[in-house]
Design a protein around this ligand. Sequence first.
Ligand SMILES: NC(=O)c1ccc[n+]([C@@H]2O[C@H](COP(=O)([O-])OP(=O)(O)OC[C@H]3O[C@@H](n4cnc5c(N)ncnc54)[C@H](O)[C@@H]3O)[C@@H](O)[C@H]2O)c1
Ligand SMILES: N[C@@H](CCC(=O)N[C@@H](CSCO)C(=O)NCC(=O)O)C(=O)O
Ligand SMILES: [Zn+2]
Ligand SMILES: [Zn+2]
Length: 379
Amino acid sequence: MATQGKVITCKAAVAWEPNKPLSVEDVDVAPPQAGEVRIKILYSALCHTDAYTWSGKDPEGLFPCILGHEAAGIVESVGEGVTSVQPGDHVIPCYQAECGDCKFCKSGKTNLCGKVRSATGVGVMLSDRKSRFSVNGKPIYHFMGTSTFSQYTVVHDVSVAKIDPNAPLDKVCLLGCGVPTGLGAVWNTAKVEAGSIVAVFGLGTVGLAVAEGAKAAGASRIIGIDIDRNKFERAKNFGVTEFINPKEHEKPIQQVIADLTDGGVDYSFECIGNVSVMRAALECCHKGWGTSVIVGVAASGQEISTRPFQLVTGRVWKGTAFGGFKSRSQVPWLVDKYMKKEIKVDEYITQSLNLPEINKAFDLLHEGGCLRCVLALHV
Ligand SMILES: NC(=O)c1ccc[n+]([C@@H]2O[C@H](COP(=O)([O-])OP(=O)(O)OC[C@H]3O[C@@H](n4cnc5c(N)ncnc54)[C@H](O)[C@@H]3O)[C@@H](O)[C@H]2O)c1
Ligand SMILES: N[C@@H](CCC(=O)N[C@@H](CSCO)C(=O)NCC(=O)O)C(=O)O
Ligand SMILES: [Zn+2]
Ligand SMILES: [Zn+2]
C-alpha cells in the first residue's frame, strides 16, 4: 500500500464548536498504531446521536471533533499485532466494541465491552491517549471510537466488524447503528414473544426497526405512537398496526393505551429520548409483567421518574445499547440477513448526499420525512 505507515491528508467534516456548521476541510490522519485499524470510509449515514452530541448536550461531547458512527468502508492499513482484519477487507466500524476478553465480554450478560470505552468516551485512542486526527498540527478528538464523517478514520481493532465483501456499502452502513438497535431491542433486550402486544414510542428509524423486529417476532398488535401523524402511513410497511397521536387525546397517553389493550401492553419501547415519554412508556405496560425498554438518548441533566409502585406491581424497566447485539460477532450476521432479504435496510434510506453537503444532511434529519440520509465520502 502506497499510504501504509504514512499520514493521509483527506477531507473530513470537523465540528469545531457545538451547533456551529460543520467545516469540511483537510485533516491529517496518522497511521494506525498497535491494535488499531485505518479505514477508508465509503459511506456514512447520520444518526440523531450525532446531532445530539453536536448540540452540546452530550456530557461526553468534546470539541473540536469528527462525528459519525453509522458507516461502512474498506481497511486501508493495520497497526502492529492486528490479525482480525487486513487491508482490503470490507468492514463496519462499531461504536460498541467487542474484545471477547474483558469482564463484560466474558460475562455472557451484556454486549457492552470495557476494553476501549475509557478512551472512546474522551475522544482518544487507548494506547497513548492521543488522537490520530489533526488540522495544522492541532489535535481533533475522535467520537464514539468511530469518527466516520472522514474519508479515513482510525479505530481500535476490537471495534471493527468484517463483513461480506459483496454487501453494498452504501446500504449496509446503516447496520452500524439505528437498524440493529431497534431490531435488537426487541429480539435481545425485551425478547418479545409471539402474540405479544407492543407499543413503540417514536416512529423514526429506531422505532420503525423496533416495529420490524416485533413483526418478525410474531407480535399480535404493534401500536405506534408519534406526535407527527404523517409517520403512520410509512410505519405500516414496517409492521405498525395501529397509530396513536398523543396530541389528539385529552387523557394521559398511558391511560389511552391501557384502555385500548385491556390493561396495558406486554412490551413498550421509547425511541425518542424524552424522559416524560419514558415514564408514559413504562406506565402503559401491563401490571404484573409488562416490560419497557429505553432506547432513546436523553440529554445530560435529564432524569427519569415514576412511582416505585409501578415496579412493585411487576412492571420492568430496561435499557439497551446497540440493541444488545455483540458487535463484531453479530454485525456480519445482520449483513448476511440483509443479503438474504430477511431484514430491511434500503427502506430506511430516504436521502443520499455527498460529504460537502453534510450540513444540509443535518437539516434534513430534523425534517419529518427523513429517516436516514447516507453520505458518500469519496465523490
Ligand atoms: N440506545 C441506542 O443504542 C441508540 C442507538 C441509536 C439511536 N438511539 C437514540 O434513539 C432515538 C431515536 O432515534 P431516531 O434516529 O429513530 O430518531 P428520530 O428523530 O428519527 O425519531 C424520533 C421520532 O419521535 C417522534 N417524537 C418526538 N417527540 C415525541 C413525543 N413527545 N411523543 C411521541 N413521538 C415523538 C418524532 O416525530 C420522530 O418520528 C434518539 O434519541 C437516538 O439518539 C439510541
Ligand atoms: N455520551 C452519551 C451516551 C449516549 C448513549 O447512550 N449512546 C448509546 C448509543 S447511541 C447510538 O446512536 C450507547 O450505546 N451507549 C452505551 C455506551 O456509550 O457505552 C451521554 O453520556 O449521554
Ligand atoms: Zn446512532
Ligand atoms: Zn470486551
